[in-house]
Design a protein around this ligand. Structure first.
Ligand code: XMP
Length: 322
């Protein structure tokens, strides 16, 4: 729409003024819509003086890393610095089962990897600006102050340490989520990114109950992809807030798949409806959709022999299992 076009043009112009004719900026991409839209706006404003950093921690869902590295780059022409850190995150997570410990490790490794990338980028010349996808509700929640690089650090992998002395560029500061999505469409971003449902920064790392290993991530990625595909096909993407798929990696139960007795893992489907994730209800997904998801997962993912549905509202349960 023309109003959204104006909003985007104004934001791009404001970034151009703030960064000036020679300033350089970096922006961390998470795969989510906020950082993608913020980066696309800044790219429009200053072109290759923006470098985006994508730390692939190996905990994203199927196709999401490719979405950033291929589709997003093709759509925006952004200068992208990719760090494939999957092995590093896996070794750091080896043997860890406590969810808070996992979150700490993922956050810590993320900052270290980001800092290394940033040092490499700054070896080519100084960088004064850090782009963040802070939205209006985040600004309000944090008291409206400026220059706070850590607004969401407790919740987001993108939180950066205080000692990075950057001036913040926050082109989404006046926008609500639905406006950010509209801006993303206006900017021609991949629809899968623009319409992505909420997904935690620590990713699949907190959707495996138990130790995170490469094999378990692969199992969960396949099961999750099937659930997402079937929910989308049924036209439920807008109705459902999000649907975590959780691997109970330390639980096994007996099953029969083909002619064989199996001793496999259950996965949990956690479809919820919500306005803001503070409270949620379990979604009444039609039985035939649930049946297709269950049949496909147990047919296509060898290690999974049971699919169960979470029927709990929030509170008392949270949306994620962890
Ligand atoms: P819970 O599980 O607390 O989740 O009911 C509430 C919402 O927050 C999302 N979530 C996160 N989002 N970084 C994020 O950006 C995180 O570390 C994180 N942990 C949970 C969750 O998916 C749900 O939408």
């Amino acid at each position: 729409s023309w109003t959204m076009l104006n909003i985007v043009e104004d934001a791009v112009e404001a970034v151009r003024r703030q960064v000036g004719p020679n300033g350089r900026a970096i922006c961390g991409l998470s795969g989510g819509v906020d950082s993608a839209v913020a980066a696309a706006m800044v790219q429009r404003a200053i072109g290759d003086r923006l470098t985006c950093v994508f730390v692939d921690h190996g905990l994203l869902r199927k196709g999401e890393a490719e979405q950033v590295e291929k589709d997003f780059v093709a759509a925006t022409g952004v200068d992208l610095h990719v760090v494939d850190a999957a092995e590093r995150f896996l070794s750091a997570l080896a043997g860890v089962t406590d969810p808070e410990e996992k979150r700490k490790i993922i956050g810590r490794e993320f900052i270290r990897v980001f800092e290394e990338a940033q040092r490499e980028i700054m070896a080519e010349g100084p960088v004064e600006f850090l782009v963040q996808g802070t939205l209006y509700p985040d600004v309000v929640e944090s008291g409206g102050g400026t220059g706070t690089a850590n607004i969401k650090s407790h919740h987001n992998v993108g939180g950066l340490p205080e000692d990075m002395k950057f001036e913040l560029v926050e082109p989404l500061r006046t926008l609500f989520k639905d406006e950010v999505r509209q801006a993303g469409e206006e900017l021609g971003l991949p629809p899968a990114m623009v319409w992505r449902q909420p997904f935690p920064g620590p990713g699949l790392g907190i959707r495996i109950v138990g130790e995170v290993t490469k094999e378990r991530l692969d199992i969960l990625r396949e099961a999750d992809a099937i659930a997402r595909e079937e929910l989308s096909r049924a036209g439920l993407d807008r109705e459902i807030w999000q649907c975590p798929v959780v691997l109970l990696a330390d639980v096994r139960s007996v099953g029969v798949q083909g002619d064989e007795r199996t001793y496999g893992h259950p996965v949990v489907l956690r479809p919820v409806s919500s306005e803001d994730a503070m409270t949620a209800d379990w979604s009444r997904v039609p039985y035939d959709v649930l049946a297709r998801i269950s049949t496909r997962i147990t047919n296509e993912v060898r290690e999974v022999n049971r699919v169960v549905l979470d029927l709990t509202s929030k509170p008392p349960a949270t949306i994620e299992w962890e």
